[in-house]
Design a protein around this ligand. Structure first.
Ligand SMILES: *Cc1c(COP(=O)(O)O)cnc(C)c1O
Length: 371
């Protein structure tokens, strides 16, 4: 089976991991935590970076640091991983779900503007499948209405917009280092920000609300969202290899585009002017297909030894979302219904990519023949 995703862990990860183990520093103190944070600052050009336990706790820390709380409205896109929504609920805020752009699949700034009310305090944009959201427009809107702009950059480490790196495009940006992400530490996350006040709050919240100087004194309710030095050792190695890992993924995505671009039955994410996405998971729309047909394609590919996935379901369709929060988002609904994610990882060979593309074309043709 060709998997959708596979981490690329090599000799460097192994040596740093064993070094952390042998040092005895296996909890959240140790040199690798700081090394990983240094590398993240360099890679994102963000003045401050704090690693944490995963991408979901990174989002929670971002909302807490931004002061988002009970009754506040937070605008999020319909098309994202459920963690973006969950974090809004963690702080007792109200998610206001808006539609995405047909072109980039990222949050639609015009829809954001229409959704603003006196209760709105923050926007969480999501860099879907490695493509940065439209932070030029989002910045203008946030400034005009006094809102905090948060970037869920879990999928976009290495991407740029107008030459500025993901992690430096919003007031606070969050990353995930889950096993299928561009850079992984098994489980892990990070928060970057240009603002010293946000960074100070994040460090305290991540560490049980511990007062910066008084031991065992906690002046706020905090969390244990720390990353272990063991995970940070793997992360440090991955970050040192970031350009190599991203280049390998780029090769894979370029090959998919070369082989599939001419196929009119498929439509990919369009790249916005000035944007250079990071190649995370190559996803395409099976234009005009129903969700049932898309799922049949996934099953048919699996029968040919190829794992694929549906594009994310809409967050507001989750059963725990109250009826009043289930905004209709037709563009996101169409992408979600037609979308399929193909195997994308650094070690995926050209022959396997060709096999995936051939299988996809064969399956689509068999559909046209009325299978
Ligand atoms: C992966 C991901 C997250 C959550 O990250 P975890 O590390 O799995 O908690 C959040 N948002 C998006 C868009 C993601 O893709």
């Amino acid at each position: 089976m060709i998997p959708v995703s596979e981490p690329d862990l090599g000799a460097l990860e192994r040596s740093y991991l064993l070094d952390a183990f042998d040092s005895g520093w296996i909890s959240s103190r140790g040199a690798y935590v700081e090394r990983a944070e240094d590398l993240l600052r360099t890679l994102t050009a963000a003045p401050h970076a704090a690693v944490c336990s995963n991408g979901t706790t990174a989002l929670h820390l971002a909302l807490l640091a931004a002061g988002v709380g009970e009754g506040d409205e937070v605008i999020i896109p319909a098309l994202t991983y459920v963690a973006t929504l969950n974090a809004v609920y963690y702080v007792q805020a109200v998610p206001v779900v808006v539609d995405v752009l047909d072109s980039t699949w990222c949050i639609d700034p015009a829809a954001v503007e229409r959704a603003i009310t006196p209760q709105t305090t923050a926007i969480v944009a999501v860099d879907l499948y490695g493509q940065t959201a439209d932070y030029r427009e989002l910045r203008r809107i946030a400034d005009e209405h006094g809102l905090i702009l948060i970037a869920d950059a879990a999928e976009s480490l290495g991407a740029t917009l107008d030459g500025r790196a993901a992690g430096s495009l919003a007031d606070i940006s969050t990353f995930s280092f889950f096993g299928n992400k561009v850079i992984t530490s098994g489980e892990g996350g990070a928060v970057t920000t240009p603002r010293a006040d946000f960074h100070t709050a994040i460090l305290q919240l991540r560490n049980q609300g511990n007062h910066p100087t008084r031991r065992y004194f906690h002046d706020i309710v905090g969390y244990n969202y720390r990353m272990t030095n063991v995970a940070a050792a793997i992360l440090t190695a991955q970050l040192e290899r970031a350009s190599e890992l991203i280049a390998q993924r780029r090769r894979v995505v370029d090959e998919y585009e070369r082989l599939l671009a001419a196929d009119e039955r498929l439509r990919g994410q369009e790249i916005a002017a000035g944007a250079a996405p990071t190649p995370w998971i190559h996803s395409v729309r099976l234009t005009g297909r129903s969700a049932v047909e898309r799922d049949a394609v996934i099953t048919a590919l699996a029968e040919r030894g190829i794992e694929s996935r549906p594009v994310f379901p809409l967050v507001q369709d989750m059963p725990f979302v109250p009826a009043a929060q289930r905004t209709p988002t037709p563009v996101a609904a169409a992408i979600s219904r037609e979308g399929i994610s193909l195997p994308t990882f650094p070690r995926l060979e050209a022959s396997a990519i060709a096999q995936v593309c051939q299988a996809l074309r064969d399956v689509l043709s068999s559909f046209a023949d009325g299978e």
